[in-house]
Design a protein around this ligand. Structure first.
Ligand SMILES: [Zn+2]
Length: 347
């Protein structure tokens, strides 16, 4: 009998169950209801009294060995699970997707659209590759007129054999061309703005680029006056740059407006005291405007003795640079994320 228990003890000590299933089998073999120990306790009362103490000690020894082994290996297995959990630590932040941002030009273009739509302007669109008529001639830039030199662009010669051509197709130099396209299809009253990309043959620098963005706007109806123009632009300036903003109009020249003006706003940085941005004048130029030249209205088959209108045009880059203090125009097209990420919070 003792021999048998000693054999159990040796086996229980030597066994090395690995994995949960092996361990459970081991536990059942020794400690289970139908296990070795249950059997041994059952036979204990049959053991002669003088041997019972020694028998009991051996049975307890076997029980301790089995219990200790089960506990030790169970702990070991649980720790293994823990170390796996470290490898996939669920508390670590996930690999999140980068949140994009609107391009500053888009932010400002949308803002301009919203400001003018609040006073009844629609938004119109037109092609970037434009013909001579819509980009120049209809807007009172006749062929050979020196005003064309102000807006040199990229021409496509459709008839290379012709000695004198005026670039029948060109990348549009302004979105004023959309004005003509709208009037081709719509009778006055018309009140619309035309945002879009335009092109000029310019050397690229901090202040000029071969492409940029414009918003042209115009309003044609009976009895539209220069006062309407001025009030509309004051409203725009105060909505865009703050209610304290003042405007001033200086006489200028554009082929398609008469009279024409450049509009300045009071410098929002120095409040008129003078700084680098306003070149110490207290004013910064933001757009050109004027009453639409009657010749342009007649080119669009609108009776200029009945209808009048005003027009204005601004560079979106210029407005954006003033609004956000951007010093170099080239940043807008370089795709540098360090620059673009700064506009994440602006919507
Ligand atoms: Zn200033």
């Amino acid at each position: 009998m003792f021999e048998k228990i000693n054999q159990y003890i040796a086996e229980a000590e030597a066994a090395n169950p690995s994995g949960k299933e092996d361990l459970e089998a081991y536990r059942l073999q020794y400690l289970g209801k139908k296990g070795v120990l249950t059997d041994l306790f059952a036979v204990m009362k049959e053991v002669p009294a003088e041997q019972r103490k020694e028998f009991g000690q051996l049975v307890n020894k076997l029980k301790n060995i089995a219990e200790n082994k089960v506990n030790a290996i169970r702990e070991q297995l649980e720790n293994q699970v823990d170390s796996n959990a470290v490898a996939i630590d669920l508390t670590l932040p996930g690999a999140s997707q980068e949140v994009g941002a609107m391009h500053p030009i888009s932010i400002v273009r949308n803002e301009i659209n919203r400001i003018f739509s609040r006073i009844g302007f629609t938004v119109s669109d037109g092609p970037e590759v434009e013909d001579d008529w819509h980009n120049f001639s209809a807007l009172n830039f006749p062929p050979e007129h020196p005003a064309r030199d102000m807006q040199d662009t990229f021409f496509i010669n459709l008839n290379p054999n012709e000695e004198h051509y005026y670039g029948q197709l060109a990348l549009r130099t302004h979105t004023s061309s959309v004005q003509i396209r709208v009037l081709d299809n719509q009778e006055p009253p018309v009140r619309t703005i035309c945002p879009g990309r335009v092109y000029r043959n310019e050397a690229i620098s901090a202040r000029a680029h071969c492409f940029f963005h414009q918003v042209e706007g115009f309003y044609i109806d009976k009895g539209v006056s220069f006062a309407d123009l001025k009030q509309t632009l004051l409203y725009f300036a105060q909505e865009m740059f703050g209610s304290e903003t003042k405007i001033r109009l200086r006489p200028s020249y554009f082929p398609f407006t008469e009279p024409s003006a450049e509009m300045d706003i009071s410098c929002s940085l120095c409040k008129g005291d003078g700084c680098n941005v306003c070149k110490h004048t207290g004013w910064v130029e933001i757009l050109g405007c004027g009453m639409i030249d009657p010749a342009v209205l007649e080119n669009c088959n609108i009776d200029s003795t009945v209808y009048t209108g005003f027009a204005f045009g601004m560079g979106i880059e210029r407005i954006t640079m003033l609004k956000y203090g951007v010093k170099d125009l080239r940043l807008f097209s370089e795709n540098d994320l360090r620059f673009l990420k700064q506009f994440r919070g602006v919507v």
